[in-house]
Structures are given as structure tokens and as C-alpha cells.
Design a protein around this ligand. Structure first.
Ligand code: C5J
Length: 226
């Protein structure tokens, strides 16, 4: 069992029953010329966490420690049959889901912009979950797979903190998973939204889960191996 200082209280997890979840570190959200940038967002904010997420993957590379790693991608089928009109109507004029964008059709499975950035590319054995919603459980079949694997705890990283990360964490919390969000491995285009989300997660005794810094997780996992 690994224990680390976290907010609002110590977080404990058994690595073989824990998955590292990296949410939507996709080219369309992080790269200049992608969907996020085209909507007027400053993608450098999101790029800043790439080294921290890479370290987390390397830690889970304490993959030697037997931790499952899963990556999600927000993506839709090419015929958009899994994209409700209410979702497609969002975005900006000429930049709706399925429209041609700077890196292929926006948020469509298989398009260049829909891929995970090369620096964090999944390796053999890691799961890649394509999700049509904000949350990773909605219409993905993920819950059955996690149950089959005996997973009890989830460590979260990725983007954006208040949208797909928070939604996935709340879905996980409702399903009984112990959740830890790594504060410096998640980011938003809106710093105030990130901060508010972190506070919401840990409020009321950890109503959604726990948060900690990468250094605290790293120290706890390294100590465990010493
Ligand atoms: C958004 C996401 N922000 N991955 N997607 O639309 O958070």
C-alpha cells in the first residue's frame, strides 16, 4: 500500500489495483493550429504540463509497479452518429465537431488532430479509450473493463481540468472509485477554472476525491521501492 500527503487527507492506494488515467492529451487541444487554439485559447497553458504527465507515465512505468495506464481521447465516429446535435451546436462558427479543421475533421476518430501528442503516446499494453462525451464512462464500456481488472483507485491527469477531467472524476466517484487528481499534471485554458475545480474536488472532506502534487506521489512511490 502506498500512502501520500494529499488534500484533504492522506491518500492510500495499492498500485496493482490502481489505474493512471491520462485524459485527452490530444493534438487538437494542445497544439497550435488545433481546435483549442482555433477557438481562441492559449494552448501554451496546456503544453506546460506535458513534462509532468510524462513523469507520471514514467512513474507508472513504475509500470514496473504493475499499474494499469489508460489514455482517453474525446472523439466521435466519422458519421457523427454518436454526437448529439446539442453538442455539435457548440464551438464557434465553422468550427463545430466534424467540420474540417487545421488538423483534419474536428474531434473525429482517426483524424490527425484527434491523436494523443507524440510526447505522451501510449505504449503497448496501455488502454486507449475513445469517448464521445466529456466523461470517460459514458458510452465507452470502461466500467466493465475496470471491474474485470480489479481496479479500485484512479489517479488522474490531463486536460481540461474543469471539463473532461472533472466529469470523468465525478463519474468515477459515483461508481465507487477512490480518486486522486495530480494538481500539476492537469490544466485548463482558464486558470481560475482549474483552481476552482481543485477546490471543489477536495471540499467537504473530499466530496469528489483527493488532490496532490506530483512530487508527493513520486516521493511516496520511490520510497515504496527503496
Ligand atoms: C473540452 C476536454 N474542453 N478534454 N474537452 O472540450 O476537456
Amino acid at each position: 500500500m502506498i500512502r501520500l500527503p494529499a488534500r484533504p487527507a492522506t491518500f492510500s492506494f495499492e498500485p496493482t489495483r490502481t489505474a493512471l488515467v491520462v485524459i485527452d492529451m490530444q493534438r487538437d487541444f494542445l497544439e497550435p493550429g488545433g481546435f483549442g487554439a482555433a477557438l481562441g485559447n492559449d494552448v501554451t497553458l496546456l503544453q506546460a504540463i506535458v513534462p509532468a504527465v510524462a513523469s507520471l507515465l514514467a512513474l507508472a512505468l513504475a509500470r514496473e509497479q504493475g499499474m494499469l495506464v489508460l489514455h482517453t481521447r474525446e472523439s466521435h465516429l466519422a458519421d457523427l452518429s454518436d454526437c448529439p446535435s446539442a453538442k455539435r451546436e457548440g464551438g464557434a462558427v465553422g468550427l463545430h465537431i466534424g467540420d474540417p479543421g487545421p488538423m483534419g475533421r474536428i474531434l473525429v476518430r482517426g483524424e490527425p488532430g484527434n491523436q494523443i501528442i507524440p510526447a505522451l503516446a501510449p505504449i503497448a499494453g496501455e488502454w486507449v479509450i475513445d469517448k464521445p462525451g466529456k466523461g470517460m464512462f459514458y458510452a465507452t464500456g470502461l466500467e466493465d473493463r475496470l471491474v474485470a481488472q480489479g481496479i479500485e483507485s484512479l489517479i488522474f491527469a490531463g486536460v481540461t481540468t474543469e471539463v473532461c477531467v472533472q466529469t470523468s472524476m465525478r463519474e468515477a466517484n459515483d461508481r465507487g472509485y477512490r480518486c486522486l487528481l495530480i494538481e500539476d499534471a492537469t490544466e485548463s485554458y482558464f486558470p481560475a477554472f482549474k483552481q476552482a475545480t481543485l477546490e471543489m474536488v477536495v471540499a467537504q472532506g473530499g466530496i469528489v476525491g483527493h488532490t496532490a502534487n506530483l512530487s508527493a506521489l513520486s516521493a511516496a512511490m520511490t520510497e515504496d521501492r527503496a
